[in-house]
Design a protein around this ligand. Structure first.
Ligand code: PRP
Ligand code: URA
Ligand code: MG
Length: 214
């Protein structure tokens, strides 16, 4: 764990290899999608690991007791449109019938400031743990605005798990300066932002590469 409430995916040759593929500017788009999806799936599993559980015992087919655990709470997903939508399939693959809200926020291309355009969320969201999805954390402006929307709807800060592929240190710091109890699960923490507020070394514009709008 890098700092309180920041969980970085354990690095090994598998994960490093996947990051190497998707960070390469020359990768084919179909491969960019395929390998991003593999990493996203791992991150979602890691995010689920942040949720509370209680101890449960089951009886196995041999008639023996198995002391295990089960999840203790209701959850939902919320994707930050557009890039966050790339993470919805991975979430649905592991959480059957999960409700997924959407918050549309776009960064102004000149100023990099976020603009909130639309939100549609489960009506009982205040009773749920929220897995908030966006692959890129740069300045932190976008995710912080999304969390503001959730908190206004009654979601507890400590019940939000932000699942993210690549984070800049500036973004982590900004998010936690406003909402220190939000858990951040990220794949890798990069070095800095450039003058255009892109992550360095980064991946370029994730949404454009994933959805083919470069
Ligand atoms: C990107 C990305 C994040 C945001 C991160 O979205 O998906 O939402 O920028 O930057 P920040 O931390 O500085 O706010 P963008 O607005 O480019 O839209 P997109 O999802 O359509 O690519
Ligand atoms: N959004 C992206 O897609 N990439 C960045 O580096 C910053 C914001
Ligand atoms: Mg966005």
């Amino acid at each position: 764990m890098a700092s309180p409430n920041v969980y970085v995916l354990q690095s090994n040759h598998q994960t490093k290899g996947l990051f190497t593929l998707i960070r390469d500017k020359d990768i084919k788009r179909e491969d960019f999608i395929f390998y991003s999806d593999r990493l996203i799936r791992l991150l979602i599993e890691e995010g689920l690991n942040c949720l509370p559980f209680h101890e449960t015992t089951v009886i196995t087919p041999t008639g023996s007791e198995y002391k295990g655990v089960s999840f203790a709470s209701k959850i939902c997903g919320v994707s930050i449109v557009r890039a966050g939508e790339s993470m919805e399939a991975g979430l649905r693959a592991v959480c059957k019938h999960i409700k997924i809200g959407k918050i549309l926020i776009q960064r102004d291309e000149e100023t990099a400031l976020p603009k909130l355009l639309y939100a549609k969320l489960p009506t009982d969201i205040e009773k749920r743990y929220v897995l908030l999805l966006d692959p890129m954390l740069a300045t932190g402006g976008t995710v912080t605005q999304a969390i503001e929307v959730l908190v206004e709807k009654g979601v507890k800060e400590e019940n939000i798990v932000f699942i993210n592929l690549i984070a800049a240190p500036e973004g982590i710091q900004f998010l936690h300066s406003k909402y220190p109890k939000v858990k951040i699960v990220t794949g890798e923490i990069d070095t800095n932002l450039n003058e255009k507020k892109y992550i360095i070394p980064g991946i370029g514009d994730f949404g454009d590469r994933y959805f083919g709008t470069e």
